[in-house]
Write a protein that binds this ligand. Structure first.
Ligand code: PRP
Ligand code: MN
Ligand code: MG
Length: 179
């Protein structure tokens, strides 16, 4: 895995992503307009680019925190077993919380994290995923805001990796293996 030669076809340009992030941030800003301080929780590592762009478009007082989860290891298939490698630093009880994810695929990661965070009794708990692959869903979960619904292709870039590579691409592309 990762050794086989592949090419990356651009699916969503940096410009397209930026415009969508701006629109999502405007909706989220409206939704949380009355908050004292929104806790924005990014799921490492994949969400690091998206959360950085999203929080800079929010017109709200924001606290940024992270959880590190892992389900894929180095392969292309979800292990369906979500591990928490790093937990929140701050308290979220009674607070407004927005979970930020790069992609919802089988749904195991987001469902698991929302379940864990709900148990900490936040005032409001919402989620935003840049990408959603509804055709791959194994558990019923949907982000409150979705940037783009995409077909079942293996995607990379804008934080998303293939075997820990390509996270730094400024656009989102799909991986195509060469024969
Ligand atoms: C990827 C992606 C999502 C999750 C989605 O993370 O960033 O967090 O998988 O898959 P699911 O809906 O099937 O659970 P990964 O576990 O690869 O860790 P990473 O973010 O560090 O790349
Ligand atoms: Mn991830
Ligand atoms: Mg990954």
């Amino acid at each position: 895995m990762g050794e086989r030669p592949y090419v990356i076809d651009e699916m969503l340009s940096a410009k397209t992503i930026a415009a969508r992030v701006e629109a999502l941030a405007a909706e989220i800003t409206r939704h949380f307009a009355d908050t004292d301080k929104l806790v924005v929780v990014g799921l490492l590592r994949g969400s690091f680019v998206f959360i950085a762009d999203l929080v800079r478009e929010l017109r709200l007082p924001v606290e940024v925190d992270f959880i590190e989860t892992s389900s894929y290891g180095s392969g292309m298939e979800s292990s369906r077993e979500v591990r928490i490698l790093k937990d929140l630093r701050g308290k979220i009880e009674g607070r407004d919380v927005l979970v930020v994810e790069d992609i919802v695929d089988t749904g195991h990661t987001l469902a698991h994290v929302l379940h864990l965070l709900a148990a900490k009794k936040p005032r409001r708990l919402e989620s935003c995923a840049l990408l959603d692959k509804p055709s791959r869903r194994e558990v019923e979960v949907r982000a409150s805001w979705v940037g783009f619904e995409i077909p079942d292709r293996f995607v990379v870039g804008y934080g998303i990796d293939f075997a820990q590579r390509n996270r730094n691409l400024p656009y989102i592309g799909s991986v195509r293996f060469e024969e």
